[in-house]
Write a protein that binds this ligand. Structure first.
Ligand code: PRX
Length: 660
């Protein structure tokens, strides 16, 4: 990972190629500046114009932004719409009906194409099936499904009937799933028998069974199961139903239910700095507007593009840039079931070549591991594939270090494709800081400038603006249409986490540090300022992992910190005190393995600590507070040069130096 220093020194500038600029919808910096000026002049009018032009409203809005109960902002409140109508029905009459919406490629390489008309029918049948099960507008539905046409259809079907979905990534454990079911008060779980990734069949339905057996999920009435592999599963009579049996008898039309613009389209759980994940609640109108606008602004989406976002529907990227944005814009997109390394590390490039992908959007972690693989094996080097169809690349989820940016630019983009380094978060709903590829000159490692209308700034802890060149807190000073609306069941935490008093109560605190370039004002994100880690672009709270560790009966105490990692950005390093004496040698290795498996069971494999170190104690202040900043230094195997005068037990540092 590059340090802030190396970002600061980055002086290479790459202008978007002339060809790209000439053909782009937002062409040249004048066009970008004109949009920014329009927003500055009449902020609400700007968004209202875009909302009228992009979204199809079943009842037009007359209200624009309501700030009367800040920070519970409302956008286009009296307008009504249906998000699924906007993604599907609109294409039946605009010439897109027979256009391919989804090109699905399974883990083993089987390709299925689904047109807009076909997808519309599948979603309608699915929606009618949900209605038959008694699911209604406002009900919450958990989706625990793999990357699949059915997974996307499940989300769209919920949107169609006004049910609020909450997708749980297939890598989360039964316990994580149970917690989300309970918090959301969900009435049904949509799942599949298995998911297939990297040549392996992984059970999903069995995990749903386990989650429900953990108790407290009494709100769940039905479990709908998509048959992916046909492998063995347990069936609970009366509760479980096969998806194909549910939908086969349904009509292929289902009237979309109009909902208010503020109706929660979905809740998506993400990690925060306390132990409990936050249910980020998004709206329907403002969210959809953003999904569409950013497809146009950051991706310059065009009717003949073959677009591919590699994110799973279990994350926000898969919501905005797989299920909603591309479909609302009538794009053709690739949906990939598998993983980048299977059957080998050339899989992504092989698929780009085969499907003639024009826009490719992935995470720096994937890029870094593919660089490694290409260095190790010439057969999977991107130069072995025809990538000439590509015209635009995107990056998301974590800072992209300039070296990885350059490799991506040269080896994948052939130095002709702009790279959209899109900064955003589960909470922002979509991109907020990103180059506009036909306008913004790019600097490796910088997400460049805020999208038009986004009042991003870098401030100090008291909310004062900082001069360019000074690092501070990233904030957004004005509400924007796709922002988080609430934390499900926890408005107090919503206010405290994102709109702290210190910043005036109405300014959105992103939770990231940032610095702006002295000359250009370009933003570079310097990483989280809270106890949230970013592992392979996935967010994980240190407290969540600590709670999981101490829930193990042999553990007395645990502290988790992030450690820079060449491939995954950050990795998890846990310092653990056992109730028994400190183990060493093979025994320590064995216990570390048991604890890793334990965390996988408690949260999911993505939360497994890469490294576990055992001590008789943790470094603490006299008042008993764990000194995490020292643990961060130890994890990096660096020498502690910081002040340790408040440390009560300095001898412990020596013990914790060694990894097991
Ligand atoms: O730290 C930032 C990092 O990812 C966090 C948001 O994670 P999540 O809500 O899971 O959403 C990921 C997909 C948008 C941010 O707080 N992050 C995201 N994009 C970038 C980034 N850091 C630097 N550069 C980015 N382009």
């Amino acid at each position: 990972m590059s340090s802030i220093e190396s970002f600061k020194q980055e002086e290479r500038v790459f202008n978007p190629p002339a060809d790209f600029v000439n053909n782009a919808a937002i062409s040249g910096m004048d066009a970008y500046n004109a949009l920014c000026a329009e927003a500055a002049e009449d902020y609400e009018g700007f968004w209202a114009r875009l909302a009228q032009q992009n979204v199809i409203w079943s009842k037009p809005f007359t209200k624009r932004l309501d700030e009367s109960n800040a920070p519970f902002y409302k956008w286009f409140e009296d307008g009504e719409l249906n998000v699924s109508y906007n993604c599907l029905d609109r294409h039946l009459t605009n010439g897109n009906a027979d256009k391919v919406a989804l090109i699905f490629e399974s883990d083993d390489g089987k390709v299925t194409r689904v047109t807009y008309k076909e997808l519309y029918e599948r979603v309608c049948k699915f929606a009618n099936g949900l209605k038959e099960l008694g699911i209604q507008k406002g009900d919450r539905v958990i989706i625990y499904m793999p990357m699949s046409v059915e997974g996307i259809a499940a989300m769209q079907a919920c949107a169609r009937i006004g049910a609020t979905h909450s997708v749980v990534f297939g890598g989360f454990s039964a316990k994580s799933l149970q917690e989300r079911i309970i918090d959301a008060g969900a009435v049904a779980v949509l799942t599949s028998d298995y998911q297939v990734r990297g040549g392996k069949n992984l059970p999903l339905k069995a995990i749903v069974d386990e989650a429900l057996a953990l108790g407290g999920c009494d709100t769940i009435r039905k479990v709908v199961v998509y048959k992916r592999t046909g492998g063995d599963i347990n069936f609970v009579a009366g509760r479980d139903i096969w998806l194909h049996e549910l939908v086969e008898k349904q009509a292929a039309e289902c009237a979309p239910v109009a909902v208010g613009a503020e109706h929660p389209l979905f809740i998506l759980y993400t990690s925060g700095s306390t132990g409990k994940p936050k249910g980020v609640q998004h709206s329907s109108g403002g969210y959809l507007l953003w999904a569409m606008l950013t497809m146009k602004w950051s991706f310059d989406i065009k009717p003949d593009d073959v677009y591919w976002c590699t994110a799973d529907i279990g994350w926000i990227t898969g919501h905005t840039y797989v299920t909603y944005g591309p479909l609302a814009c009538g794009a053709t997109q690739i949906v990939f079931e598998g993983v980048p390394m299977f059957p080998n590390a050339g899989r992504f490039w092989d698929m780009v070549q085969k499907h003639k992908v024009t826009i490719f959007y992935t995470a720096p972690t994937a890029i870094r591991s593919l660089i490694k693989a290409a260095d190790a094996d010439a057969a999977v080097h991107p130069s072995k594939y025809d990538l000439s169809s590509l015209r635009l690349l995107g990056s998301v989820g974590e800072p992209i270090n300039p070296e990885a940016w350059m490799w991506y630019y040269k080896n994948i983009g052939g130095e002709r494709c702009p790279i959209a380094d899109t900064f955003w978060q589960t909470e922002t709903g979509g991109h907020v800081i990103s180059p506009m590829p036909g306008a913004t000159p790019m600097v490796p490692g910088s997400c460049t400038l805020p999208l038009p209308g986004i009042a991003a700034a870098v401030v100090d802890e008291a909310g004062h603006d900082l001069a360019n060149g000074k690092g501070g807190l990233l904030v957004i000073k004005r509400p924007w249409p796709s922002m988080i609306r609430n934390i499900w069941n926890d408005p107090e935490r919503f206010q405290k986490s994102y709109f702290p008093h210190e910043l005036g109560g109405g300014t959105y605190l992103a939770g990231d540090g940032a610095i702006r370039n002295e000359e250009t004002g370009y933003f570079t994100i310097t990483g989280r300022i809270d106890d949230v880690l970013n592992i392979s672009g996935h967010r994980m709270g240190t407290m969540e992992i600590e709670s999981a560790l101490v829930a193990n009966p042999i553990v007395a105490e645990a502290a988790v910190v992030g450690k820079p990692d060449e491939t995954t950005g950050e990795s998890i390093c846990a310092f653990v005190v056992l109730k028994r004496s400190r183990p060493s040698g093979d025994e320590a290795k064995q216990i570390a393995k048991e604890l890793r498996d334990w965390v996988a069971k408690e949260i999911g494999p993505i939360a497994k600590p890469k490294e576990i170190r055992f001590g008789d104690n943790l470094p603490k202040t006299r008042s008993g507070k764990i000194m995490r900043r020292l643990l961060r230094v130890l994890a990096k195997d660096e020498v502690i040069t910081q002040d340790i005068s408040t440390l009560e037990n300095p001898a412990i540092l020596e013990q914790l130096k060694q990894a097991q």
